[in-house]
Every structure is written in C-alpha cells, then in structure tokens.
Design a protein around this ligand. Sequence first.
Ligand code: DAT
Ligand code: MG
Length: 150
Amino acid sequence: MERTLIIIKPDAVQRGLIGEIITRFERRGLRIAALKLMQIDETLARRHYAVHEGKPFYEPLIRYITSSPVVVMVLEGPNAIEAARRTMGATNPVEAAPGTIRADFGMEIGRNLVHGSDGPETAQFEVPLFFSEEEILSYQRENDRWIFEE
Ligand code: DAT
Ligand code: MG
C-alpha cells in the first residue's frame, strides 16, 4: 500500500478547514496511518522544502509554512500519492480543477492550503521528517474491501 505525506498548511488551519480537508481525503477512501497537529520549525521547513532552495518563492514559503500550526498526516492506499494530489488540485489554485481542495478554497499559489508528496521517492524522504515509525499505524478498516479491490 502506497503512503504519502499530507500537510494541512497554516492558512487552512487558521481558516477552520482542518475537518473539511481531512473529510475530502477520508471520504475518497484514503486510510489515515498517522495524524498530528504540530508547529513546523525553521530547520524542518528548510529540510522539507530543500528542493526549492534558491528559488524566489523559497523564503516566503518558509515563513508561510512556519507561521502557524499545521496538521500532518500519512495517508495510504493504492496510488495514494496521485490520488491525494488529484484531490488537492494544481499547485496554483487559479489553475486547479473545480472540486479540488485548492480550487474550492484557494486564490493564490502562496496560500494553497495543502501539501502532498509528489512521488514515491519524495514520500519516502518526507514521511520520516515528520513521523517516527511508531507513530505510523498499520491496520485494516472493516470496509477496506469495499474501497480497495485487493
Ligand atoms: P506542490 O506543493 O504542488 O508540490 P511545488 O512542490 O512545486 O508544488 O512547490 C511547493 C510550494 O511552493 C507550493 O505549494 C507553493 C510554492 N510555490 C511553488 N511554485 C511557486 C511559484 N512559482 N510562486 C510562488 N510560490 C510557489
Ligand atoms: Mg511539491
């Protein structure tokens, strides 16, 4: 089962959208393997977004992601990475498809509400930045067989 790291970003927490965003992933069928509210410090922010170091939006991005608590989750399911990113929508909310989280709640690329790992290698790098192995739970839901074919 594939795993992805999701961050409900500071703007979404401040706007009272934690439940709404979790619901969209949960309703789709993604299984929550880990979940917590936390404050991202500068060290963690710089590590998580290291791939963007040097880009013009890097410093504002670090200020934004450290500006208020976030909710971080590990979601799992078949093709969890792509499923989550399609539920989130395009990086820039004005380009995101209607019905996605970023389109339905966002206006600006620098306030795009949610993060999701963009590939298997990224997920394997990002998940351990936020969660220890003991915090990630392996379990079955009673209705998994009605959501996951195998
Ligand atoms: P995503 O979050 O969709 O994976 P990304 O990894 O390319 O997008 O960028 C990380 C975050 O940085 C993104 O959520 C918002 C911000 N960002 C990306 N490109 C930007 C740009 N051109 N201008 C301003 N902010 C940008
Ligand atoms: Mg990314």
